[in-house]
Design a protein around this ligand. Sequence first.
Ligand code: NAD
Length: 378
Amino acid sequence: MTVSIPLRRDDGSVEVLMGHRVQHNLSRGPAKGGLRYSPHVNLDEVRALAMWMTWKCALVDVPYGGAKGGIAFDPHNYSEAELERVTRRYTSEIGTFIGPERDIPAPDIGTDEQTMAWMMDTYSVGRGHTVLGSTTGKPLRLGGSLGRSSSTSRGVVHIALAALRHRGIDRATATAAVQGFGKVGRSAARFLAEAGLRVVAVSDQFGATVCREGLALELLEKHVDATGSVVGFAGGEELDPDGLVLLDVDLLVPAAIEGVIDLDNAPLVQASVIVEGANGPTTPDADRILEAHGVLVVPDILANAGGVIVSYFEWVQANQAYWWTEKEVQARLAERMECAWDFVLRYADAHSLSLRTAATCLAVARVAEAHRLRGRYP
Ligand code: NAD
């Protein structure tokens, strides 16, 4: 569904934005997927991201199909009041298409828990009663789940540690670089450091910072909170942001945007393990090159599935109006991530496949099986 979103700007002028919501496959349950605010949003991108969600949900066995939404604009250039008006109008435009049993949005690039609170409220006003299960990634005080905001990053780190173990790399001496310092990258860097790795470089859309002895992440987070970027951090040296993926590290976590490891830079990648925090950071050409060079690439649909797993937990809790402790959420997340890792690794080994091909085969087979079992009606 593509919708127009007329927005009255704070200065009184009117602008019309374009929004999309794509549902890719509903065989295994209601659609589920993030909402992205970025100037690069277009229907093809949203469609591809919706399909990824179908495979991701199937792979980690949460009972959803795939969806994705997006509005083509740069949220950094709009006031909070304008963002609220955009979000509410978009929600009302797609209102008949979404809901806890139909399609459940969540945060993605450029959106956050406040966005989900506005969406839930707008949807609920339209229904005449509060529907907490209509979005996930909501604030804790409004039907959010403990552990949701850091769940994608925690999942990335569970998988990264399993992948390093698999490669025989000791985490106590391992180094890591993280691309992107947003919702996924920032906490992933912190959890990697807490697990004993030395995080030597991070980047964002404005630049990158590197320190071979390991970045002081607490200070870096303070710097980012104060300035809005990793650029200018006194505890690191400036680095060309494109150079981050080429650093000589054990672990590379691309956690920003798609297509950053491509035909041109893949031959120069020195990391032993890549764990895809972002969706689609590695192009198919790059994948072939990395495989030939013996780099272990853990695909997005496995590596960043922690977010949708805890979104599922949030939806279950909201529908039951019964809240779990953070310990319960973390334990269930860890169990599902480790289970999915073993499932994919065993299949890849048994059939001599890359982890991406193995994960995709397993996910597609689950969707196909559900589709076949449902049969045809009438
Ligand atoms: P976000 O908007 O919170 O953060 C994105 C970060 O990437 C920002 O720090 C931004 O400055 C940086 N960035 C943008 N362009 C860059 C570039 N060219 N080089 C380096 N950094 C750049 O978004 P997010 O939610 O952290 O999402 C990041 C990725 O993770 C996306 O691919 C998203 O689809 C995926 N993902 C997110 C979640 C989630 O729960 N948020 C779940 C699964 C997957």
